[in-house]
Write a protein that binds this ligand. Structure first.
Ligand code: GTP
Ligand code: MG
Length: 255
């Protein structure tokens, strides 16, 4: 299956995250109401889907079931991106121009973040995604600022016994992101004084995620730049069947 990413007026959600997290599995489950075998993605994929009936779009809470506006409000688009480190430009491009994007769903394998390599890869990617959103906000030219884009960290694969519970996934990611921003800042400093006499500290400020200072990074710091980060656990496959209700609930709240 390969469909081109076509411009759409539908509200859309960007699926982002490291390879193997379960992005395409989630898209497939939502599209077909059944799980299917997936392979690592090499191209982006966009599908139009409907919010499952046991969830109500935020905008339709006071509408009745037969109302055509209600049915319309349940439609949205999922934009899947490849998570492989060499194929991230697809995700970066969509982040740079988030037309109609109501939210970003960062899917991580909750078992892989229990180990250092998996945790560091996820934290680096998430750091870069949040920094891109922060720059979009602080670089906005209108006084109103750009439309806020909420982020869901979907802690997937909770069916695996090695998976961390969602609150620990959040804690570990916050800790690891603290380290990422420190090492990125050091990298900037070490690149030496700018030859053209430009102020380096300005650059350092722009590249620093969240609050400055010595403290550690917390997702709550992103509120300052219009980004609400939520962490919810689930499993697309395994266990007693898929359980992604809390993710659909989050999507419903953005529709
Ligand atoms: P890339 O396309 O490489 O970025 O990865 P992806 O995020 O699209 O991952 P994909 O959806 O292809 O899933 C990767 C593997 O994890 C597949 O073998 C899935 O069957 C498996 N998987 C996805 N969700 C779950 C889950 O909830 N539990 C378990 N146990 N396995 C899962
Ligand atoms: Mg994929």
């Amino acid at each position: 299956i390969y469909r081109k990413v076509t411009p759409t007026s539908l509200p859309s959600f960007l699926l982002i995250g490291p390879s193997g997290g379960g992005k395409t599995a989630f898209l497939t489950l939502t599209e077909r109401k059944a799980v299917a075998q997936t392979h690592t993605s090499t191209a982006p994929l966009a599908v139009e889907v409907l919010l499952p009936e046991d969830h109500t779009p935020q905008s339709s809470h006071y509408r009745s079931l037969g109302d055509p506006a209600y049915e319309r409000s349940r439609r949205f688009q999922l934009n899947d991106t490849p998570g492989h480190g060499k194929l991230r430009q697809f995700a970066t491009n969509q982040l740079a121009n988030p037309t109609n994007v109501r939210g970003i769903i960062f899917i991580v394998d909750a078992a892989s973040v229990a180990e250092e390599a998996g945790l560091n890869e996820s934290a680096e990617y998430l750091h870069d995604v949040l920094l891109a959103l922060q720059k979009r906000y602080t670089g906005a030219t209108t006084s109103k600022g750009p439309k806020e884009i909420p982020v869901l960290i979907a802690a997937n694969k909770l069916d695996l016994f090695t998976a961390l519970p969602p609150h620990l996934v959040a804690q570990q990611l916050e800790k690891a992101i603290s380290d990422v921003r420190k090492s990125r800042a050091k990298g900037l400093k070490d690149s030496g004084p700018a030859l053209d006499g430009e102020d380096d500290s300005l650059d350092e400020e722009r590249e620093w995620l969240g609050e400055g200072g010595e403290g550690s990074f917390e997702f709550a710091q992103m509120e300052e730049v219009g980004i609400t980060v939520t962490v919810q656990g689930g499993n697309v496959i395994g266990g007693d069947g898929a359980d992604v209700k809390s993710w659909y609930e989050w999507i419903a709240a953005q529709l």
